[in-house]
Design a protein around this ligand. Structure first.
Ligand code: FCB
Length: 468
């Protein structure tokens, strides 16, 4: 099993999902603080108020990361912790927190990878129209400059925005995520266009303010497909499906939301400087308003493509130059989120994305939710995650052997955390968190990941499932 030299072995988390301290240290409110308090929105009315209390325990958490042997840690900065209203007055205590976190990571040789936006829109900005307000991209650029000025002397890896599709699809379409809006497809796409502009201006701002050489990428969700067989026809069909954009089936909010789950509409502007033809056609009655020059702003030079890939569809050629999406066979494995487990998706996803966009691939998220609990010896034996992790990593090794530039892999997540509308019901961590006591336990997967990291992937060749 071969991995590139200097491959970045990491794990990730995001601010709202782990920090807690939602009302401490001068932080402003975000759309998630408010949304979690709205009845019926979150599993058992849970909130990220305390979460993993990482805000207070980050030094211990960094020690755990060290124990796992991580080379890199991807975390997000909470916009309202740094700028409580989203613009204007800066909260120095908030910046100090990230400053100390960066120093703690660097002290143990873990490279910080910062995501500037992982869904915590300041509440005040939401009141002013949120992602529908055309000036939000300037607000985001201002925020970027505050963070870059403070941290870019030590941080050289940056991701602008996490999963534009989720921000607008679940936040502005189905209403499952904050701020819980159910808008028209035109409005969803308009908000999405503003997110893209924010990305572009943020890249410009990072480059202008960076105090050391930086590598910058975006992290849309890779909505990818895999071929049913490795026949050239199926491989082409899965490629076509990966970059297809299909019109929504109806104007029902759920259908609208489904209509935006694709890669090309969101990735082409960032990585090619254009909206794809098939998208302009599929969305023709719903297109966002845009100005001349917008695509030039969105299309900034990027150093890598951050792909968040958890699962994928299986596709075969339909015999007429098109593709057919297949149902998974009865009894196929699912995560507790209900997501299909198809390990070669990292192979196919990375391959298709690299072919189309030509950027080195960083898998910025990949992982599984499973039912984990400490056994009678106090150990958490998460065999399903061990196998998920190892089998998915093999896809990266294979695609690297094909010549695809693979820079790194970030397992989601370093620790169990608040899984948005699903609250604490879904455990994604390689570290177990007891939310009552805040005790942490390294799961078996953390130990096996340590072996993988130490051997730069060579331990994957030992084809055992979980070693107990
Ligand atoms: C991704 C999110 C991340 C987490 C995982 C399971 O869509 O970026 O915060 O919720 O899914």
């Amino acid at each position: 099993m071969e991995f590139p030299k200097n491959f970045t072995w990491g794990a990730g988390a995001s601010s709202y999902q782990i920090e807690g301290a939602a009302y401490d240290g001068g932080k402003g409110l975000s759309i998630w603080d408010k949304f979690c308090k709205s009845p019926g929105k979150i599993y058992k009315a849970q909130t990220g108020d305390v979460a993993c209390d990482h805000y207070n325990r980050f030094l211990d958490d960094v020690s755990l990361m060290k124990e796992v042997g991580l080379k890199a840690y991807r975390f997000s900065v909470s916009w309202p912790r740094v700028i409580p209203n989203g613009y204007g007055k800066v909260n120095e205590a908030g910046l100090d927190f990230y400053d100390r976190l960066v120093d703690a990571l660097l002290a143990v040789n873990i490279e910080p990878w910062i995501t500037l936006y992982h869904w915590e829109l300041p509440w005040q900005l939401h009141l002013e129209g949120g992602w529908l307000n055309p000036n939000i991209s300037d607000r985001f650029a201002e925020y970027t400059s505050v963070v870059a000025k403070r941290l870019s002397d030590r941080v050289s890896r940056w991701i602008t925005i996490n999963e534009v599709q989720v921000i607008v699809g679940l936040g502005y379409g189905s209403g499952i995520h904050a701020p819980g809006l159910k808008l028209s497809l035109h409005e969803i796409l308009q908000a999405g266009h503003h997110v893209q502009l924010a990305h572009g201006k943020s890249v410009q701002t990072l480059r202008a303010n960076a105090k050391r050489p930086v590598l910058i990428g975006g992290a849309p969700v890779g909505v990818v497909s895999r071929p049913n067989t490795e026949s050239p026809e199926d491989i082409e069909a899965a490629r076509m499906a990966t970059f297809d954009v299909v019109p929504p089936e109806s104007t029902d909010p759920m259908a609208m939301q489904n209509g935006i789950w694709n890669s090309a509409w969101w990735m082409d502007p960032m990585f090619k400087g254009e909206y794809p033809e098939n998208g302009l056609e599929a969305y023709r009655e719903h297109l966002p308003e845009m100005s001349d020059g917008d695509l030039d702003i969105i299309f900034q030079p990027l150093d890598f493509l951050g792909a968040n890939i958890y699962h994928g569809r299986t596709v075969k050629a339909d015999g007429n130059g098109g593709y057919e999406i297949l149902n998974m066979p009865d009894g196929s494995p699912l995560t507790t989120m209900g997501w299909d487990i198809v390990p070669d998706i990292l192979y196919w996803g990375s391959k298709y994305l690299y072919e189309r966009y030509g950027k080195p691939i960083v898998v910025t998220e990949n992982g599984t939710a499973t039912t984990d609990f400490p056994d009678e010896n106090g150990e958490v034996i998460d065999s399903a995650r061990c196998s998920y992790l190892k089998e998915h990593l093999k896809g990266i090794s294979r695609v690297a052997a094909d010549g695809v530039e693979c820079m790194g892999y970030f397992h989601w997540s370093i620790m169990d955390n608040f899984e948005w509308d699903r609250g604490y019901s879904q455990r994604f961590g390689i570290v177990y968190v007891n939310y009552q006591t805040q005790e942490r336990i390294l799961k078996q997967s953390a130990k096996e990941y340590r072996d993988v990291i130490e051997s730069n992937g060579a331990s994957l060749s030992v084809s055992k499932a979980c070693e107990v």
